[in-house]
Design a protein around this ligand. Sequence first.
Ligand code: KG4
Ligand code: ZN
Length: 353
Amino acid sequence: RRPLTILAFESSADDTCAAVLTSTRKILSNVVIKQHEVHESWGGIHPAAAVMAHQRNMPIAAKRALTEAGLDISQVDGIAFTRGPGIGGCLGVSCNAAKTLAAVHNKPVVGVHHMQAHALTPLLTSWPDVPSFPFLTFLVSGGHTLLVLAESLTSFKIIATTRDESIGRTFDKVSRMLELSWDGIGPGAALERFCAGPEQGSLPDGFYPFPRPMPGQLAFSYASLHSHVERYLHFNGGIESVSLPSKLAIARSFQLAAFSQLEDKLLLALQWCANKSLDVRHLVVSGGVASNTLLRERLNACLKNAPTPLSVIFPPPSLCTDNAVMIAWASMHRFLAHDYDDYSINPRAKWSI
Ligand code: KG4
Ligand code: ZN
């Protein structure tokens, strides 16, 4: 049969995204309009400012996605959008854009779960060596810290989640506390760049010990790590009094502690799978934090010593952070099965995977 061509929109947090993908896995366009400069002065995503920026940028992103794909809207077979979870007002922008275009042009529409889309990305990007179900997935982003067992395209079991804050949000807060410049790349990537930075020569000997929260439990805690940095700065007279080498040491120690916690819980999860006699062979790591190079190295090293052989799959960094290609991809099995949503479908800000 003729391949499908899907136009997709994503605006669940602070990126305005539109993309065109075919059912034969051809990415015809992938437009991402960032809003870092809108939010830098707030130190995090400001919801009302994000909604306004999405409203400004969505028509531009949609038009550009079609132009770059060399297509007219009439040549598109369906329109997908992120239904949730995310910031309510932000989700509404994609939802309305998708439904209105679809209704006017008589196209089917499908609403997609954002975290499922992150989890399913490797089935697109690692083709033909794709992970087989069931596989483990780390979803590490600004909104979530989840360790999930993906059982099928539509069935996901949460093995561990965070008790407080997400890993990405903690990177954002620590980056802000250390007064790093976001510089158009965003707070998490700015922290990674600072840790790897040209100041490497001035690296002090010591690393600061960080807590390893909830040992033996399948649960994450990141608020304790950010409080740790806060206390360090407080007892050292504030960020203005901290020397560059010390700032570098605390940043690097934080980054390592954030990833050690993922390693600890991964080893517990492997034990959990073994106890249930699950034949799990792949670990997929996705979400914005998965674009971090140190995380990639650490997980690869950690799994070399794992009791069961497991291969780690990271989507390319540009498809780890939010994008609409993953939304189009996660909608594809539904378009192929003619399983569409109504034009009356609403966003779901809170929506478990
Ligand atoms: O998946 P994503 O683009 O959006 C959400 O769904 O949240 O993830 C964004 C998060 C932010 O917290 C951002 O600071 C973090 O991912 N992030 C990183 C890196 N790049 C993005 N964290 C650590 N290292 C990075 N290189
Ligand atoms: Zn995301």
